[in-house]
Design a binder for this molecule. Sequence first.
Ligand code: DMJ
Length: 933
Amino acid sequence: MSEAGGGRGFGSSVPQRAPWSLVAATAALCLVSATSVWTAGASPMSREEKQKLGNQVLEMFDHAYGNYMEHAYPADELMPLTCRGRVRGQEPSRGDVDDALGKFSLTLIDSLDTLVVLNKTKEFEDAVRKVLRDVNLDNDVVVSVFETNIRVLGGLLGGHSLAIMLKEKGEYMQWYNDELLQMAKQLGYKLLPAFNTTSGLPYPRINLKFGIRKPEARTGTETDTCTACAGTLILEFAALSRFTGATIFEEYARKALDFLWEKRQRSSNLVGVTINIHTGDWVRKDSGVGAGIDSYYEYLLKAYVLLGDDSFLERFNTHYDAIMRYISQPPLLLDVHIHKPMLNARTWMDALLAFFPGLQVLKGDIRPAIETHEMLYQVIKKHNFLPEAFTTDFRVHWAQHPLRPEFAESTYFLYKATGDPYYLEVGKTLIENLNKYARVPCGFAAMKDVRTGSHEDRMDSFFLAEMFKYLYLLFADKEDVIFDIEDYIFTTEAHLLPLWLSTTNQRISKKNTTSEYTELDDSNFDWTCPNTQILFPNDPLYAQSIREPLKNVVDKSCPRGIIRVEESFRSGAKPPLRARDFMATNPEHLEILKKMGVSLIHLKDGRVQLVQHAIQAASSIDAEDGLRFMQEMIELSSQQQKEQQLPPRAVQIVSHPFFGRVVLTAGPAQFGLDLSKHKETRGFVASSKPYNGCSELTNPEAVMGKIALIQRGQCMFAEKARNIQNAGAIGGIVIDDNEGSSSDTAPLFQMAGDGKDTDDITIPMLFLFSKEGSIILDAIREYEEVEVLLSDKAKDRDPEMENEEQPSSENDSQNQSAEQIASSSQEVDLVDQESPEESSVNSHPESLSPADTDNAASISPPEQNSNPTENHETTSLDGECTDLDNQLQEQSETEEDSNPNVSWGKKVQPIDSILADWNEDIEAFEMMEKDEL
Ligand code: DMJ
């Protein structure tokens, strides 16, 4: 038995230091105390209904886990559309997202402690045996250090934590002898070579067999990592050290955290998204609480809770103040620049930030948590799921949704903090939406596009590790869980680590760290793990009263202007020259540009780039104007790029046994019936002969009145369409002839016309990549009669999908056609991305693409998880539009009055200091300019 296991027990978990013990021992406890306090507001949910929902969660988990075990195990993940395992190397690469897959049965390991939380002890015991029997951690595969840590190391440690708990109870796991912990230790040692940098920040990837340096490793040349990647290790590494007594893990994780802290931008106390692991320079200087940074903040606060180390609380509080000062614009959380924190770096938010309200609950700052959560919930109600990114006026920016659990996590914590049954209703909606839109016969499929309802052949392991835990716990009473959940802390992957680790093997590891440890003043403990009796003194309607003003924030929002004009700028000012009016051939315009410090670079390929050097501006006001101009130009450029794209369409298989549950992402055609303007087309499918559809069909009787399947290639798409139309087909699906192509990995494809008039083509035509096409072809082989629906948005499936003839709504059509305003995930990146089907806006000298300039304030560097193929959606503007900018402005002002910690006066930054801040950016850009030209 492990040292820790032997000494554990609630008695030993009482920490030694008073302030810490107050927080750590009650960290989770404080979250539940309000559940019994609730007396009014949304109608309370009966015990029966809660149990019913809890049972539904159990059934859903069985469906996901059962299908994984049956059809995918020992592969890392289930592919729920094709009902098989995802094995790295055997599927087309999806880029970084595949770095989580190490051929170590990821989903099984990530699910271990979920099984215990969901009371599936017997299954847990079986699962642990399988892990010990089957899992190999020594594969020649390059994995992400971050993902391996949170999912695999965390999964093994969570499994170990609950295994020793069960063993001590005396019924299950009696044979267990710390085997999972030994595996965790083995894995810990495999990850350590990643820390072999002078900074102590880990390399982002490691080869499980060969480490980093050896040539066989195929990794180790990276220079950058994300802040969350380097700053989300301490819980797992410290737990590993404390469970085993091997101090090295906690020391390494502390050293990485110390380095990040040292490198924080001192004037804003913010951190950037990516950092150079050798020099410590910030590579991406934008800063938010979502992708790339999120769990760094989470781990600072939770490290304080788990380890009782005040320095972590002090750091968290320092960052939290900065977040609330600059990033929080209730109910929004918007990225800013670390050097110019009053300047927004984006006009959109990503879905990962949905964890933040949960963290705010742990911090004790309930009000903004309620506000942001409410805003997110309204976005979900609009699209059924939270899109990967959405704009400040709540349009879809990136349309995927990989079944992320962050919103469920925050819902759980808010319910625990407020006891407001409203949050149970929110959970109920999440369950309904998952069953209605994501459930497929073989598991749950990620949404490829929340607007069309199309699926992706993907069920990430975090869905089992996190989603089911939080949903189950949301509806569970104490007696529904076989152990006391309050004795544990959740890692970022929702793995459970026991709080008694705080007093185990404490001799570890402050040595070799650079941070100073000072006594904290009392203000550091304000709010931290609040007593909910104090938070909601006599007002059970507290949470509701905060949500009320935000009730229509999404529905009634109007598309925003491009720029949020900062208070440090002239109020309401616009650049003297608007981006949309600019002509590169107009001498007056060029003169204005010059004044603003913006220069024009003619690239060799004929395109033109804009660069702003703020210090070359005629005055500080002109520099600000230039900044705004550049921001406008970025937005305009990205819109122009995407305006030429049509949104994706959906092919939904409606016949037995699919009944509408499988929705395939389809590419649109620039000709034929526009499905966004007409009702969907429904029909049985038939292969055309010849299959390429390039000549008159020889089997018109087979395709008459049906949807013809045609293979891509050999002639124009329009020609195929005419041939099947002449044979009497009511629609066509062109299937890609590039074997293995898939909408998971390829950008949206749209079929162009033949350059002539295509008005004669009146049937709808859609395009499927080969993988999606083969799902239909396989279905024909198996079931012969396969009926599909071609539409702009999948229809809700009811049990039989019987003879439904719902006209597509006017609004939807309008939305779809307006959806062509589009996103670039990254404005700068798109400069060189041309769809083979389109001419680039950059090929015309008048159409300018802003370069990635020294002006980091106006241009964000490329996103890690950018997806340039997604389209924007324009919100349908039901009812009256409110001026959200003003609303938010007013809210900020109210906040300002009521929150003495927020000193808005500090927002005015002298131009000298702004210019000084920019110097660094300018140097970086000049380097880049050299490279590019
Ligand atoms: C999980 O793997 C973790 O929560 C991580 O911190 C970020 N988000 C994913 C799921 O969305």
